[in-house]
Design a protein around this ligand. Sequence first.
Ligand code: ADP
Length: 773
Amino acid sequence: MDNVEKVLPLIPLRGITIFPHMVLHFDVGREKSILALEEAMLREQKIFLVAQKQAKIEEPNEDDIFKIGTICNIKQILKLPGDTVRILVEGESRGRLAEYIKKEPFFEAKIEVLKDELIVENKEDEALIRAIRKSFDEYVKLSGNVPVETIITLDELEDPGRMADIVSSYLMLKQEAKQELLEAYTISERLKMLFDILNNEVDILKLERKLGLRVKTKLDKVQKEYYLREQLKAIQEELGEDDEDKKEIAKYKSKINKAKLPKPVKEKALYELDRLKNSGTYSSEGGVIRTYLDWILDLPWNNTTKDNLDIKDARKVLEEEHYGLEDVKDRIIEYLAVKQMSNSLRGPILCLVGPPGVGKTSIAKSIAHALNRNFVRMSLGGVRDEAEIRGHRKTYVGAIPGRVIYGMKQAKSKNPLFLLDEIDKMSSDFRGNPADALLEVLDTEQNSTFRDHYLELDFDLSNVLFITTANSLDTIPRPLLDRMEVIEVSGYTSEEKFHICKKHLIPKRLKEHEVDESKIKFSDSSIYHIIDRYTRESGVRTLERKCSTVIRKSMAEMIEKNKDNIMITINKVKTYLGPEIYSYDRAEEEDKIGVVMGMAWTGYGGDTLPIEVSVMKGTGKLELTGQLGDVMKESARAGYSYVRANGHKYGIEEEFYKSKDIHIHVPEGAVPKDGPSAGVTMITAMVSALGGKKVRHNVAMTGEITLTGRVLAIGGLKEKSLAAYRAGIDTVIVPKDNEKDILKVPKTIKSKLKYILADNIDIVLDNALVKDE
Ligand code: ADP
């Protein structure tokens, strides 16, 4: 046997013995034991349980405690009223107490783990095993307090040591006998001892029967319940809990009657109240029922708020609270118009898609405000378990309703605006697919009877106005996407950000800090400076944070220097916010060889993507470095093949690939980018580098490429245009197939960018490369 040792907290047991493999719960009350338990929970959740020699000793010392006990896993802990804790443990293996490590404030000891020896086939043992099974069978029938199924389980057990332990744990024995069995370390010894004890017990039971001592009449169920209830009442009276219980029950009863609950809900509530009466509010079951009743009573079964259907009013609220976002506002107004005419707000769910910080959440809040509805928000990011949406069944320990019902409780009315944030960040695993549950929530045909596993009652969600948000549409499960009407909220231009900042963000922040608007004023140029030099985002979240910092620092300065007001200028911004963070990925100042500005589109909006190519002597290798995804690598290779096949057209030496290596580098950005749309950029950079031709510094491009040089359509033209404009580009080359998307680009941007439509790479190169003088 190899001696494995463990250091574990120890609890001395009074009058119980735990065998390995046995699952048992018992109450722990002594302070020292509770401390040991807490320590065990902080560690591996293992504890050494060993019997006291005499149960009546309150504070045992080491001589009062046996040496052999059981190493147990703690499965569950339940705090009971008073300082008692109920724990559920499962025996793991025998252990011998080798030495005490400390005795205060709790026992801790070094324990030698006694693993069962390996089984050796042995005729004598085999005979004993059979005999024990037979006797135990008889014991179960005679005693009537062991579930019959145990016999079946035992029959399937191969391991004799384990079988002996399980049988031992079912026997009603004196503590000494149990301790002896536990101390029987070798399996043969254990089997022999158990056989003797078991036969002895069976003989006694037979005798009792004969004498008529054990009246085995089964009380019928009603009788039994009555008996138990009476007993419970007596105990409660004794403990003085009865009055409290009655008060509590009366309180629930009046709450249930006052709440306007639908009939089935009321019936269920009264049924549960009845159960509460019987179980007593102090029992652990009582606790479960109370929580359930609280949930029922807290839900807005019948409370509704009255919608404000005045379209002018709604438009005013939306305009006041948000700058731009015209598409969203128009759609909401249409929505209201439909509602007014048909008196139903059914229809597809709105899904606001766009990069973070563009105001998806806050416009949803405004819609709630405009409609006069309560607002709740639930984030679906990282939700992977169906039960998070639909709840756990009540039989589950610590069950709670799902997030939908939780949201409805917070909403306090049954017709709130319910925002489901980050619907694209949900995933699924073996615990079921949350998207399926969500489908039911969003489906107007089904959601009037939404059933949460915990509540087990139908809840009507058909009056809820659901709005969802996402950063990108790619990862939204198809069936969900089909139910939603997508409204894209793309990023803002610097001008738009300026207006948002001036009209909304700064006043909002000042109000939050309770500062009068006349005290801290921002100059227009300071706002632009923050936008251009301290933020780099499609939305305005960082901008809002930076403004907040400026405001806080100005307040500090006003107090320290006893100033009455402060004007924020560019210089002030620099002192408050420190060195400028972005010099801006501006377009190159001059035309260069092998450097081309591409445009990319990510979940965070558009971005520029400069690509660099250099050519050196070599053996025809193509090297790719920097931040390239798989798709981008493919398009680099396709571009390379195109240049090899067609290089002569652009004055590139025909067999360049025999003597030259090409190195393509894509600089790391904050956001990973991938996709085929860098194809044209790569070819242009390669042709420029190989042919020694300069690329215009004021041009940016995007487009997928085929091996024959055709330019294919790309996505996110609007966002890409914003990014190009931000970088100081004035000409963009885009695929001809994207012509229709140019319409969607904001006018301010469109008027400042020249769009060149290309259906093949020649047009791209023609416009991007500087012509020879
Ligand atoms: P999202 O949900 O898209 O990530 P948020 O709704 O959290 O973005 O918006 C971030 C902050 O920017 C909020 O304080 C919001 O009020 C503000 N904001 C965004 N867009 C606008 C806008 N068009 N007008 C006014 N404030 C805006």
